[in-house]
Write a protein of this length. Structure first.
Length: 356
């Protein structure tokens, strides 16, 4: 390479950008493979990937998973985002899905711009001004926040915006917009149903703030499954995270200090399940011999706990594919249908064997 003093990755950026400008690589053309670029420029794959990511940020190229890198169909000057992804409040599910969402759209060749908006009238005004400047052809509303305020909040944010829109990963009752939903409540319900099928009848719940969308929908999935089977759900069997807090630790000890203690606990996340397993072990209640524990998310760590964790795996790949299909429909002027996706239960040792 020509040693001009610029970082190696920047020299690759400049060279590839010049080839694109000259027409050597035309719109839609596939670039040489990363290995071929490594050999040509005599650099590492890390350097090549950094250069390609920089070109992607400049709107020159995009990636297609497993297929390679391609030249964008339009010039950077014309590369206005096709989709605005609007994020206000967030939670664990949303932050997990946002990268999958952006990557799936990018691999589909759909340009996306993330916008972060404040609540209230000032935030709504700022958002409308940004959308007027960017002129996207579709809007994705990321749904999170206080459950009882969702309808009011998103009605206020979307007021006066005529761009075709889609909700994710949750829908909002009363808001007439299609949604691509990853049903966390159904996942929690299936974990509870599995424990009941094993014979558990005294099942507690450990989750996050039930006033927020994530906490409420996961709790409601659990409670609905319990009530459907006619089981009791005492209020003191509903524990709020974090378990490590002093008050909740006292509640935890009180809950399990008795003959009629829960035989199983459904946890709203794998992280809570791991923390609970640890704390119950210190109370002399090993999992699953004394207390069965299940989680949600099927995080990688769960399989490597001292007692491998049974967990519900949310199908984020299928959800991302459905989202791309819905966005393509919006961009083509069609109204997509609401779709609800879930996942599958991954059974490991923490739920225990069937009870007599």
């Amino acid at each position: 390479m020509d040693l001009t003093g610029a970082p190696l990755y920047q020299q690759i950026v400049d060279e590839l950008a010049e080839r694109i400008e000259s027409g050597a690589y035309g719109p839609g053309d596939k670039l040489p493979s990363e290995r071929a670029l490594c050999d040509e420029f005599e650099v590492s794959q890390i350097t090549v990937r950094r250069a390609l990511r920089e070109l992607a940020h400049l709107g020159r190229v995009y990636s297609r998973h497993g297929l390679g890198w391609y030249v964008c169909q339009v010039s950077p000057a014309d590369a206005q985002p096709e989709v605005a992804l609007v994020v206000g409040e967030s939670d664990s599910l949303l932050w997990r899905l946002l990268p999958a969402c952006v990557q799936a759209l990018d691999e589909a060749g759909i340009r996306v711009q993330a916008l972060f908006c404040r609540d209230g009238q000032a935030g709504a005004d700022e958002l409308r001004a940004l959308l007027a400047e960017l002129s996207p052809r579709a809007v994705l509303w990321a749904v999170a926040g206080a459950e009882q305020e969702l309808l009011r909040r998103y009605q206020a944010l979307s007021q006066g915006i005529s761009i075709p829109a889609l909700l994710f990963p949750r829908q909002i009752d009363g808001l007439d917009l299609p949604a691509i939903v990853l049903d966390e409540g159904a996942g929690v319900a299936q974990t509870a149903a599995h424990l009941m099928a094993l014979g558990h009848r005294r099942i507690a719940y450990l989750g996050s703030d039930p006033s927020l969308a994530e906490g409420w929908r996961r709790y409601w999935g659990f409670a609905s499954a319990i009530w459907e089977k006619g089981l009791d759900l005492p209020l003191d069997w509903i524990l709020a995270a974090p378990v490590a807090g002093a008050i909740e630790q006292a509640r935890l000890e009180a809950l399990f200090d008795g003959a009629l203690r829960p035989s199983a606990v459904v946890c709203a996340t794998d992280a809570l399940a791991a923390e609970l397993m640890h704390r119950l072990g210190h109370l002399g209640l090993p999992c699953p011999e004394q207390v069965a524990i299940v989680g949600l998310g099927d995080e990688p760590l769960g399989a490597f706990l001292a007692t491998p964790l049974t967990s519900f795996r949310l199908d984020s790949d299928a959800w991302a594919s459905a989202l791309v299909e819905a966005v393509r429909a919006l961009l083509a002027g069609r109204a997509p249908e609401t779709r609800v996706l879930s996942g599958e239960l991954v059974i490991r040792a923490s739920c225990g064997a069937q009870r007599a």
